[in-house]
Design a protein around this ligand. Structure first.
Ligand code: 13P
Length: 364
């Protein structure tokens, strides 16, 4: 077994830093660009990723960045490779290796993540390029009669096969089973499904002989469905710059309770299902507002950090990038301001790992 994996996994969650996911596939990245009238071209994606990776001070808060296949091969405008930029910043390069979630045959409304065919060779190439960790995302939807046991099992099995191949290649697997926020389900239903999924994932990881000390878990927080009544206001947060501002000054009285409940139930679910050998848990943001993601992570660390066997960290895409993307809008003149917004979110999340994040930080 490759024991070099353990120090890398530990480093990914050390010093209260976290992961930044910029591994959106081209279609997903294009969709986000289209909403802001940014051209959906290779050059626009490259320029946006250059903006992110050259943000001064990023390495203070970010231990690893998850790249997409197109991005790991790209360079800055001056020809410096993105991999060198990351190396100079002391940030570990990671790579998304699944090829996306496709319809699961005979299971309406459910998905299976693909990408195992040829994975051994792709991992070898990424390792040679300099990547030291990888990511695979499985998606589990909650709805009428779903998720089915067979969908959970198929996705957990694929995650475990991927993780074992990563470890063979010297890459730390980030194992991402995402229970989606879409739907009308309650917080309690999300808790039940999340626990079921995590139990199955660790069964499969054990059965495929994955070294738990050499992996990172990337789960969802336990959240009520977006169209479950109490969450409806939250859905609007962070969509545009304006709404983001409004939210800062209009914190609802019941929001604190929501943050507490989410933090308590999320930690409870993880406590019941994630073995102590796993060094770190780095949450995805899943469509939460940037602020709420920080506040919820903060509460978990504030309340429970000293009692937990694993680090509670972040591996956000939207909750770090979205405010910056909305400022940039494809304009070179906005790069500096966008980088400031990106660094601000990275700092808020580092503070949340320490239990030191406050709403006042959003006003500085
Ligand atoms: P979000 O934080 O936007 O959910 O993305 C995390 C991620 O990497 C999804 O695979």
């Amino acid at each position: 077994m490759n024991t070099n994996l353990i120090p890398i996994a530990k480093k990914l969650v050390a010093d209260d830093k976290g992961l930044l996911a910029i591994d959106e596939s081209n279609p997903t990245c294009n969709q986000r660009f289209a909403k802001l009238n940014i051209p959906q071209t290779v050059e626009a994606r490259r320029a946006y990723r250059e903006l992110i990776l050259t943000t001064p001070g990023l390495g203070e808060c970010i231990s690893g960045v998850i790249l997409y296949d197109e991005t790991i091969r790209q360079q800055k405008k001056d020809g410096t490779t993105f991999l060198k930029v990351l190396g100079d910043a002391g940030i570990i390069p990671g790579i998304k290796v699944d090829t996306g979630a496709k319809d699961l045959a005979a299971h309406p409304g459910e998905k299976i993540t693909e990408g195992l065919d040829g994975l051994r060779d792709r991992l070898k190439e990424y390792f040679q390029m300099g990547a030291r960790f990888a990511k695979w995302r499985a998606v589990i939807a909650i709805g009428k009669g779903i998720p089915s046991q067979s969908c959970i099992e198929a996705n957990a099995h694929a995650l475990a096969r991927y993780a074992a191949l990563c470890q063979e290649a010297g890459l730390v697997p980030v194992v991402e089973p995402e229970v989606l926020m879409d739907g009308e389900h309650s917080l309690e239903r999300c808790r039940v499904v999340t626990e079921e999924v995590l139990r199955m994932v660790f069964n499969q990881l054990n059965s495929q002989r994955v070294l738990l000390e050499g992996m990172i878990l990337k789960p969802n927080m336990v959240l009520p469905g977006l169209t479950c009544l109490p969450q409806q206001e939250v859905k609007e947060v962070g969509v545009g710059e304006q709404q983001y501002q409004v939210r800062l000054t209009d914190r609802q009285p019941d929001e604190e309770q929501d943050i507490d409940e989410v933090a308590n139930l999320t930690v409870k679910s993880l406590w019941r299902t994630v073995p102590a050998a796993v060094p770190g848990i780095a949450f995805l943001s899943g469509g939460q507002s940037a602020e709420l993601a920080s506040a919820r992570l903060n509460t978990m660390n504030l309340r429970f950090k000293s009692q937990l066997p694993w680090a509670l960290s972040f591996s956000f895409a939207r909750a770090i990038q979205q405010p910056a993307l909305e400022i940039w809008r494809g304009e070179a003149a906005n790069v500096k301001a966008a980088q400031q917004a990106l660094l601000h979110r990275a700092r808020c999340n580092r503070a949340a790992r320490r239990g030191e994040y406050t709403v006042a930080m959003e006003r500085t």
